[in-house]
Design a protein around this ligand. Structure first.
Ligand code: AMP
Ligand code: GLY
Length: 424
């Protein structure tokens, strides 16, 4: 098969790393990719949302499958673009339809889906500029802290958790009337605050059946001890030690099954990943969000633990034969630590030369924001490299990641030194 993978982060390098190990994969293109994918596949300088350019490439290179990494092309409808084009309709796209992608593209759509299918989620209501005063009244009926969510995609910044009622009302006005998040906050979902431990559940579905992938926990804040600004994720651990069989069973029967059944009942075409964000409140898992893709950096620990051929899994998804596959998981733990540019998630510089890559032993380096310039790997984003290691437990794995990080450097390199410490 000739496969096209869309995206350019650590998640995509991890997918690429796994896919090229498959005997089914003859050639892999990545658009646009990074220095890591350039070393193992063919990068093409095309944006994942430039559907016309993607079509030209697919026809020119006789591509037989498209795997979508990030949410943007999914929310913009790449699945439907292929399905509705005579020349492309026979080529499977791994990812949900445009309607399915609304689970991530619109918080209100997700909440309506959850309520309709009786899936546990926080109580909520949604408001627009016209109903902003009702929104303020609704806030007054809730207990602090207040959770405000911009309806649309806001690059992971659209959720505000505010302790003071007056400030919450002010921010609601900023979002709805002041367009704080542009078009993404034309609508705002106000949600009951849930107090508990966060966890994520990753599912791969062909729209009818599903496989639950290994659990993973990410570390969202920039600072040690989970302090400071939110990032895309500073590290991850898989499996999550505190998720036991009893909790998994609840997640599967109350959340995963009704979600997939909900797709069928609502006629939503969905052939891809579902990433369910949960909060465990007194051992009761409650959904806080859906994402329609894999997590990053969670992919960098989940994919290395998959023993099953990933291309075979994607083919089974495309052919609606996922039930015929047994998922094999590596018993070992995997951890990853993100090396980021100084200043990230605020302003940072790019173009820094990365040294020491050739000295890494016993870890996998997944590139995120990197590119090649005159055969030299330089930084090209906030999150630069993810250093993944295996171990008999996560302590052993994380030790290896940190030992290898000591060999790497670039100007203003930053990383969290406490990944996994909360699990001890
Ligand atoms: P989201 O973009 O929906 O994942 O929200 C970002 C973060 O806000 C989550 O990772 C949680 O830490 C937090 N969050 C979202 N919804 C709630 C809620 N209802 N109660 C408490 N925390 C929440
Ligand atoms: N690491 C969280 C995400 O990918 O959304």
């Amino acid at each position: 098969m000739t496969i096209l993978l869309l995206g350019s982060g650590g998640r995509e390098h991890a997918f690429a790393w796994k896919m090229i190990q498959s005997p089914l994969c003859d050639q892999l293109f990545v658009a646009p990719g990074n220095a890591g994918t350039a070393a193992i596949a063919t990068n093409v300088n095309i944006s994942p949302t430039d559907f016309d350019a993607i079509k030209t490439l697919v026809l020119q290179e006789n591509i037989t499958m498209v795997v979508v990494g990030p949410e943007d092309p999914l929310v913009k409808g790449i699945f439907d673009f292929f399905k509705n084009d005579d020349k492309l309709s026979h080529i499977p796209v791994i990812g949900p339809s445009k309607t399915g992608a609304q689970l991530e593209g619109s918080k209100e759509f997700a909440k309506e889906f959850l309520v309709k299918h009786n899936i546990p989620t926080a109580a909520y209501d949604s408001f627009t500029a016209e109903t902003v005063e009702q929104g303020c009244d609704f806030l007054a009926t809730l207990k602090a802290p207040y959770v405000l969510k911009a309806d649309g995609l806001a690059a992971g910044k659209g959720v505000l958790i505010i302790h003071d009622l007056a400030e919450a009302k002010e921010e609601l006005r900023n979002m709805l009337v002041g367009q704080k998040f542009g078009a993404a906050s034309t609508k705002v979902v106000i949600e009951e605050f849930l107090d508990g431990i966060e966890l994520s559940c990753f599912v791969l579905t062909d729209g009818k059946t599903y496989k639950i992938l290994p659990t993973a926990k990410d570390y969202k804040r920039i600072g040690e001890g989970d302090t400071g600004l939110n990032t895309g994720g500073m590290g991850a651990v898989s499996p999550v030690p505190y998720v036991d069989a009893v909790l998994m069973e609840k997640i599967e029967t109350r959340i995963v099954k009704p979600t997939i059944e909900g797709f069928q009942k609502d006629g939503i075409e969905y052939k891809g990943f579902v990433f369910i964000g949960l909060i465990n409140v007194n051992n009761e898992p409650i959904v806080i969000e859906y994402n329609v893709r894999m997590g990053d950096p969670e992919t960098e620990v989940v994919v290395p633990r998959l023993k099953t051929d990933l291309v075979e899994l994607f083919l089974a998804v495309a052919n609606e034969k996922l039930d015929e596959i047994t998922l094999e998981i590596d018993e070992r733990s995997a951890t990853t630590v993100m090396l980021v540019s100084g200043g990230y998630p605020e302003d940072y510089e790019k173009g820094k030369v990365i040294t020491g890559l050739e000295n890494i032993t016993d870890s996998i380096v997944f590139h995120a924001g990197t590119k090649l310039e005159n055969d030299t790997v330089i930084s090209n984003g906030g999150r630069v490299l993810a250093i993944t290691s295996y171990g008999n437990d996560f302590q052993e794995a994380i030790k290896k990641s940190y030992q290898n990080i000591a060999k790497l450097s670039f100007d203003k390199m930053n990383f969290r030194k406490d990944i996994g410490n909360d699990l001890l």
